[in-house]
Design a binder for this molecule. Structure first.
Ligand SMILES: Cc1cc2nc3c(=O)[nH]c(=O)nc-3n(C[C@H](O)[C@H](O)[C@H](O)COP(=O)(O)O)c2cc1C
Length: 310
């Protein structure tokens, strides 16, 4: 592990190091209008949400390090106090990239990149019709970041006054993230895509969980279970007891090769094979592999019971 102090790096290297480590970042696709009514659209990944009552988000338009030029987005929001922030789906990402070219303030990037203007309800700048989610925002405060030492950053705090959500991303009245297919910015020219195939769920514990230090030694020192497996096992509210009736198989169960069942992700079938093999039924490594397989499929109770069979 190396330790680096910001002053040891060139501006470029410091910028890249920061952006590679603070990653992936959501992208605000910001629509604003100048004093002459010209539309502007540009991506900003110094972006996040900071409060929900009232909803406050922030973006960080920098002053260009080389030219000292301020971003059109920043100048427009300072002049008018308004913008919309639009989410960027994978389908929008290549056209979004076009809008990040350094066009002059007279250029309307909606037209350059082929996005459609949808009329906002409370602010003048339109939102992006193709975006699955958009927010109408009013400037709360612009904070200049360390101008006293030559800093080039701004933090624009924006209050959200209206949301727009595509019907197609809503399931049972809430946004289904798998339908958003959003992209995020990483270091260099890398992006991440929150595709449905890589999204996973993890419930925040509603009350204190047992923690890693409470795991029995034979589990904590497992040569098979990963740190992530152990953390999932440690996320139960109390230490489980062995339930004498586990495992229960239905009579028609058909399985005779534990390795094949594990490769197929069928932990219960692998356990069935093990239980029917008098020589292997106490094989600790195999029991832990089966538990890991249960965990990989979100079956925490079954994983615990398998480990407690030892
Ligand atoms: C995905 C992405 C994220 C970006 N994030 C930022 C950012 O957070 N701050 C910034 O100053 N520039 C950022 N840029 C660069 C601006 O989008 C670029 O300078 C753009 O031309 C600014 O447009 P404007 O002058 O019309 O506002 C980003 C570019 C891309 C492609």
């Amino acid at each position: 592990m190396r330790t680096i102090l910001p002053d040891e790096l060139s501006h470029r290297d410091r910028h890249q190091l920061l952006l590679s480590g603070v990653s992936p970042r959501p992208i605000a696709f910001v629509s604003s209008i100048d004093a002459h009514g010209v539309s502007n659209l540009a991506p900003y990944s110094f972006f996040n949400a900071f409060a929900s009552k009232p909803p406050i988000v922030a973006i960080g338009p920098a002053i260009a390090a080389k030219t000292g030029r301020v971003k059109d987005t920043w100048a427009n929001i300072m002049a008018t106090g308004e913008c919309t922030i639009n989410a960027v789906s994978y389908a929008m990402s290549a056209a979004m990239n076009i809008t990040s070219s350094e066009y002059g303030p007279e250029v309307d990037e909606f037209i350059k990149a082929g996005f459609t203007k949808a009329p906002s309800t409370l602010v003048k700048p339109p939102f992006v019709a193709e975006a699955p989610f958009a927010m109408e925002c009013r400037l709360m405060e612009n904070i200049e970041l360390r101008r006293d030492i030559g800093g080039n950053g701004n933090l624009m705090l924006l209050e959200v006054v209206a949301f727009h959500v595509a019907d197609s991303v809503m399931v049972d009245g809430v946004i289904d993230p798998r339908r958003m297919d959003l992209v995020a910015r990483m270091g260099g020219s890398y992006y991440a895509r929150a595709h449905s195939s890589v999204i996973f769920e993890q419930q925040q514990p509603p009350r204190p969980v047992i923690g890693l230090d409470a795991l029995p030694d034979h589990i904590r020192t497992s040569p098979v279970l990963t740190g992530r497996d152990l953390a999932i096992l440690a996320s139960v509210p109390e230490l489980p007891m062995y339930d004498g009736s586990f495992p229960r198989f239905d009579t028609e169960f058909r399985a005779d090769a534990a390795e094949i069942e594990l490769a197929a992700g069928n932990a219960m079938a692998a356990l069935y094979v093990l239980m029917n093999d008098a020589e292997r039924r106490h094989d600790r490594i195999m029991l832990h592999r089966i538990a890991a397989c249960f965990l990989a499929h979100g079956k925490i109770d079954e994983a615990w019971q398998t480990l407690l069979m030892e």
